[in-house]
Design a protein around this ligand. Sequence first.
Ligand code: HEC
Ligand code: HEC
Ligand code: HEC
Ligand code: HEC
Ligand code: HEC
Ligand code: HEC
Ligand code: HEC
Length: 393
Amino acid sequence: MKGGGRLVLIFGLITALIICFAQCMDSGKELKATETSIAGAETCRQCHQQVYANHLRDPHTHTSHSVLVDDPLNHTVPRSNTFEFNKRLKVLVEKRKGALYQVAYLDGRETMARPMNIAIGSGKHSFTFGSWNGSILHQLPLSYFRSVNSWANSPGFPSDKAYFTRSLQVKCLECHSSYIRHTIEQTSALAVKEKLVKKSLVYGIDCERCHGAAGKHAEFHLKNPEVQQAKYVVLYRSLTRRQKLDACAVCHSGAAQEELKSTFGYQPGEDLNEYFGHVPGVSAESEPDVHGNQIQMLSRSKCFTNSTTMDCGTCHSPHSVQKEGFAVYSKKCISCHAEIKHSVKTLANAMVKTNCIDCHMPLQSSKVISFQQAGQQGVSAYKLHTHRIAVYH
Ligand code: HEC
Ligand code: HEC
Ligand code: HEC
Ligand code: HEC
Ligand code: HEC
Ligand code: HEC
Ligand code: HEC
């Protein structure tokens, strides 16, 4: 995976077993896969069925996907299929030639139509859409926002024109997909040209984005079904706190990080310094945002700096069956805060025992993401719970 292409070894259960029965016994169980061979989630499924089933419900899995004409927004029906920029200009989402298109009209006359090929975002909060133009992926003018159940002008797009030619950089896909082959060419002192290989895109964040290449692990266990001890795979529990944080920070420390090399090659346990030139969170970075900067925010909390164990796994488990509600999160707070010196006024609040989150990790508006709704002046806020745990008044 590092540097080169993502070598996908498909071990169909049957083929693998046939090969295994035919050869394993006398071949000394030689492994063909290397430390960087990718097996793909379908291979993991064979032996990790429950984890796989939970993974299918996780937003990571759906954070990029192809747009299906019949159900582009996963059962969501927006209020209307039209976004009016102003009286003369509007963009409609239309079904054409077996695909969905975003179509711009000026004074009722069609000026541009582009297919919606891929969606970025699981839709928990929003979806934005990419349209292929050769080796370039253009972001389309309309995005969907759940908080208003409606189409809105894509964040950062001009408010007076339907803009169709903003490129979605490979960087988006480094956090929102598992792999895409690409080349980056320096075209001038200040400009680079990226070319993406459409067919190589692996949608969603799959097992090996978080666990590292596990082709050798899968091959070994397929050939040695009697071995119950995990081989050739990084064990999270053996990582240091910093390494565990880095494994999440690779995508949860914001898009402003300069990259020394592509994070597609990152394996848990590696030092993020080698990718970013610094460790996110601990340096004096500029004001972090609630969107994307969970590491930096958490690093500014006393809970984090004054405890030796807190990491993302303290509160989040990517494979939990149930999605944590605030009551469950609050139990995690109480596990460290058995006795709290709340004032009489605070104690009078009904949620003081069951919902620590709304007071101590309140919803805050992102400073980098906001969106423009049709017919409205100004922009609407994009709100997330802050990870700077503190006393807010
Ligand atoms: C042929 C069966 C098999 C396949 C295929 C397989 N694994 Fe495993 N895996 C095991 C066994 C056996 C263990 C050790 C017992 C356990 O932890 O479940 C294990 C353990 C693990 C662990 C470590 C759990 C821990 O203790 O921390 C991870 C992570 C893991 N596998 C990931 C994967 C991924 C990712 C894939 C797909 C690329 C995969 N496995 C494919 C059999 C398999
Ligand atoms: C978003 C990152 C992420 C993704 C995606 C992911 N994992 Fe994990 N996985 C983790 C972390 C973190 C742990 C350690 C969790 C813990 O200790 O509570 C873990 C634990 C495990 C374990 C051992 C513990 C257990 O629950 O059995 C296995 C096996 C495993 N993962 C396999 C997989 C497979 C297979 C997939 C894909 C179907 C996958 N993981 C996708 C992050 C991820
Ligand atoms: C390859 C990039 C990547 C890695 C690695 C990664 N994440 Fe994420 N994570 C994302 C993206 C992108 C989203 C937004 C998903 C969406 O579209 O809703 C997300 C969403 C989440 C969410 C919100 C999902 C929900 O259920 O609401 C949590 C919590 C989270 N990540 C925790 C973690 C933790 C903990 C780790 C480390 C073990 C981790 N992530 C590793 C990219 C990543
Ligand atoms: C450094 C990693 C990173 C990069 C780069 C990145 N994102 Fe994200 N993105 C995330 C994470 C993490 C989340 C979810 C948590 C949050 O909002 O803080 C997210 C959330 C989103 C969501 C909302 C998903 C949902 O429903 O919750 C969309 C849409 C999105 N990103 C699109 C993009 C686009 C388009 C780009 C490129 C211009 C991009 N992102 C670049 C990490 C990244
Ligand atoms: C791993 C243990 C741990 C967990 C889990 C934890 N905290 Fe803390 N928290 C601490 C420590 C340690 C301090 C610092 C206490 C001190 O030194 O005064 C602290 C401080 C605080 C403070 C005071 C902050 C300030 O700036 O004065 C608040 C409020 C707080 N925690 C709330 C929470 C909430 C809410 C949660 C759950 C979302 C939580 N904590 C989870 C360990 C933890
Ligand atoms: C003390 C507990 C705690 C810790 C530690 C923690 N989180 Fe969270 N996280 C929460 C809570 C509470 C929410 C809000 C959940 C919700 O809105 O459903 C949340 C939400 C998120 C979301 C989803 C944001 C959204 O609204 O879609 C992401 C992404 C996330 N956390 C990532 C991380 C990462 C990465 C780390 C490690 C740097 C981390 N968290 C550490 C408690 C924690
Ligand atoms: C209604 C809002 C609210 C809720 C709910 C709430 N807190 Fe607080 N918390 C506060 C305020 C305000 C303070 C500052 C002291 C005061 O005025 O009560 C505080 C102070 C604290 C402190 C610092 C004081 C100390 O004892 O060190 C901790 C820790 C803390 N809260 C943890 C929690 C935890 C854990 C929960 C959930 C079980 C929780 N809080 C629920 C508002 C709240």
